[in-house]
Design a protein around this ligand. Structure first.
Ligand SMILES: Cc1cc2nc3c(=O)[nH]c(=O)nc-3n(C[C@H](O)[C@H](O)[C@H](O)COP(=O)(O)O)c2cc1C
Length: 283
């Protein structure tokens, strides 16, 4: 099957073509400065149909080196990542994480883990308790570190022509994921990532985003542009037109947040995190 015009955008497309695909609008009159990195990032789309072809040697190591090159709050490096290749374990993870078949299909599943356990160990090794581990900000720092690392890895995989999809559904049942992956206390699987070559028979289109004016503020936050109804309506129409059967963004927001049941268990996360050894306390 040949790529349709919408799915054929890639990191080789022009900055202007990628802008058009990303926003469904003409690019700005002033030319966008050329950048292969920006083109690769702007060509991103989540891949949910994978070829069984194995990953080339070395790409995991390169992606993790890129992940470890991300900035890290106080250089605490409060994350770990677990590479799951075993098909039986991937099948079990697929079931736990929302019955998502692509987790079993893609040759590699990465579980990205907020990891305060290593820091606790470092404190003990020096004879120190670390009350700072119990502060909410330390947990948030771990979340930010893990996300930055994961996104650097995602961009690296995509730069090799591989496809990825994040898997937030690992947070539906964090304790089951922790048991499957042997996670110690004070660790938490923040998201997963399936990685593999995209199935060329099922190409995926770039999903448009909100207009820049909705998210980019100059000097001070501008509630009028952030919540401009005309922009949101235009984006709703753009998303609906991007794929047969696609919901508008406004509909998706209500479907996801209009009933906490749509969080599939994640609404209980504060209690679950405490059960996993996070205190999330004051100070
Ligand atoms: C933290 C995070 C968790 C996600 N979890 C899932 C998931 O469990 N299943 C899924 O199919 N997509 C998941 N996604 C992918 C989003 O649905 C996707 O990024 C979004 O719809 C935008 O589409 P795009 O990535 O193709 O641009 C997740 C994305 C992020 C950033």
């Amino acid at each position: 099957m040949s790529d349709s015009p919408v799915t054929s955008f890639s990191a080789q497309s022009s900055m202007n073509a990628l802008w058009q695909a990303r926003y469904g609008t003409k690019p700005p009159e002033k030319p966008l400065p050329e950048s292969p990195v920006a083109r690769s990032l702007m060509a991103h789309r989540s891949v949910r149909h994978f070829s069984p072809a194995p990953l080339p040697e070395g790409v995991v190591e390169a992606a993790i080196a890129a992940a470890q090159s991300a900035s890290s709050s106080c250089n605490l490096q409060a994350w770990s990542v677990i590479a799951v290749r075993d098909p039986a374990r991937r099948a079990r993870l697929a079931r736990i994480a929302g019955d998502q078949a692509f987790i079993a299909q893609a040759p590699l599943f990465l579980a990205w883990v907020v990891d305060l356990s290593r820091l606790e160990h470092v404190g003990y090794a020096q004879g120190h308790a670390l009350p700072g581990l119990d502060c909410l900000d330390t947990f948030l720092g771990g979340v930010v570190d893990t996300a930055l690392a994961g996104q650097n890895a995602a961009a690296t995989f995509e730069s090799y022509g591989l496809g990825i999809v994040y898997v937030g559904a690992v947070r539906n049942q964090p304790e089951a994921i922790a048991a499957e992956l042997g996670l110690p206390p004070r660790t938490f699987a923040l998201f997963g990532m399936s990685v593999g070559y995209p199935d060329r028979a099922r190409p995926t289109a770039i999903k448009p985003r909100l207009p820049q004016a909705s998210v980019l503020h100059e000097e001070r936050y501008n509630p009028a542009t952030a919540t401009d109804d005309a922009s949101i309506r235009a984006y709703d129409a753009c998303l609906e037109a991007s794929r047969a059967g696609a919901r508008s963004w406004s509909e998706s927001v209500v479907a996801r947040l209009g009933d906490v049941g749509a969080l599939h268990g994640r609404e209980h996360l504060p209690a679950t995190l405490r059960a996993l050894g996070f205190v999330l306390g004051k100070a």
